[in-house]
Design a protein around this ligand. Sequence first.
Ligand SMILES: Nc1nc2c([nH]c(=O)n2[C@H]2C[C@H](O)[C@@H](COP(=O)(O)OP(=O)(O)OP(=O)(O)O)O2)c(=O)[nH]1
Length: 231
Amino acid sequence: MDQLVVGAAVLRAGRVLAARRTRPPATAGGWEFPGGKVEAGESPDAAVVREIAEELGCTVEVTGWLTPAVPVSDSLVLRVATARLVEGEPSPVEHDPTHDVLRWLGVDELDDVAWLDTDRPFLPELDSLLTERGKRSRGIFFEEGDAVAVAGRLLADGWDAEIVRERYQGEDDDEDHPWAVVSDAPDLILEQLVDERDGWLDVVDTDPALGATYAPLDLPAAPKRIKRPPQ
Ligand SMILES: Nc1nc2c([nH]c(=O)n2[C@H]2C[C@H](O)[C@@H](COP(=O)(O)OP(=O)(O)OP(=O)(O)O)O2)c(=O)[nH]1
């Protein structure tokens, strides 16, 4: 029966973690999703968490699985999970490391490393995931407490959320700037939270490789929802 090898596509801020193997000679120098073989009686999710802790010294949480199942030998099949970092910073462990270089690749950099052939089938799905996650919208609030509550709720549900202070276009005094929650959560979710707290939604498309840069925002009278064209 085939044994399962699991890899982790660790996602953070629109980038995915790739690792260069040091061994065995047949795969040394090739880039992969760090991971390893699932042990008897172990769940694939648990194997991902264990392998990443062993190899990279950090804790991840599995958030899903990519579709392909790729044979890597007569008896091994590779599946790749999406994951997010929950503790620590990945770095190859010092004794006998499986990897010597790590890179966080943005969606435009997915082709920049020499992936193992067995890992390439996962790239198209990752590409669309990263593109999707690169979309960040903003909920705008007048009260800091509302922004904090909404950001807390989004983070608890596994989304990114960051609070930034807004500035109105053309405004010269520093008082009463609204608060923005910048998040990768789908607009539907953000819109619901915004409605609950009397804020409004600003939809922005950004290039995840460049990071989010926002121009000052015109203060809307009505409607509450501003839709910006992609820049
Ligand atoms: N972890 C991982 N292995 C991959 C990927 N792509 C790929 O062809 N492989 C191959 C390389 C290895 O031959 C095999 C996994 O072996 P491994 O060395 O990572 O497994 P392991 O940590 O459990 O190590 P061990 O039992 O051999 O000590 O699958 C990938 O993306 N991640």
